[in-house]
Design a protein around this ligand. Structure first.
Ligand code: GLP
Length: 241
């Protein structure tokens, strides 16, 4: 695990974008795993800037997103579909047919999970981007999730609902209570993993990742079992190391 400690969020975003760009520039049809949450927004801005200034191309790039809320229409501004289009996809030359975001809509969500996992498995993921929840969740794999899990439906943890209420008028009642997420085993198949975090509210999760016991009670700790992980964090997130 390579831990890169940065001065601030801007530096986290730049360094992490550089790691992502190296993969994209190295391989025309790179397969990249994308994440939502506020942390990757700066990284996405750097990717957009590089695309505009240096013509980095996404023409043959294939993307898979980690997760999506269940029963939130795609066009809802807080759906992860909208998030990805607003913060990245609408600003680069990606082919929409190469974009994969799990669907939390329809009668049979389990069938959506199975189809997503099948599609994911038919590619070799070059790099998977991750944020981390305060409780150590990755994607929406909450504490207690099996390390063998594949794409599945989850009930969101109380802490996660609280944290995400800021995107839903500060009202926990408006936050969807279920989501569909790549599983931990799905994430671990990626050749490289890039985790970004900033702020003191992530310091406990980062401490667990680096120094804690590898345990399903803190899902992010599974990354210590992966051969190629970059952890790009600011001083505040690193404050307990
Ligand atoms: C959500 C997402 C996660 C993300 C987490 C942290 O729960 N499903 O993928 O890592 O939020 O979000 P933030 O970066 O806003 O702290």
């Amino acid at each position: 695990m390579e831990i890169i400690i940065c001065e601030n969020y801007e530096e986290v975003s730049q360094k992490a974008a550089q790691i992502m760009l190296n993969v994209i520039k190295d391989k025309e049809n790179a397969v990249i795993g994308l994440a939502t949450g506020s942390t990757p927004i700066g990284l996405y801005q750097n990717l957009i800037k590089d695309h505009q200034d240096h013509q980095s191309s996404y023409e043959s790039v294939i993307t898979f997103n980690l997760d999506e809320y269940v029963n939130l229409p795609k066009e809802h501004p807080e759906s992860y579909y909208s998030f990805m289009h607003t913060n990245l996809l609408n600003h680069i030359n990606i082919n929409e047919e190469n974009v994969h975001i799990p669907s939390g809509l329809g009668e049979d969500i389990q069938a959506n999970c199975n189809a997503y996992e099948e599609s994911l498995k038919s590619y070799e993921m070059d790099i998977q981007l991750l944020g981390v929840g305060r409780n150590g969740h990755i994607g929406f794999n909450e504490p207690g999730t099996s390390f063998d899990s594949v794409t599945h439906v989850v009930d969101l943890d109380e802490k996660t609902i609280q944290d995400n209420a800021r995107f839903f008028e500060g009202n926990m009642d408006l936050v969807p209570k279920k989501a569909i997420t790549m599983g931990i085993a799905s994430i671990m198949r990626a050749k490289k993993i890039l985790l970004v975090a900033n702020g003191t509210n992530k310091a406990d999760a980062i401490y667990e990742l680096v120094k804690g016991e590898i345990s399903t009670s803190c899902p992010v700790t599974v990354l210590r079992n992966h051969p190629c992980v970059y952890v790009v964090i600011d001083k505040d997130a690193a404050s307990r190391l």
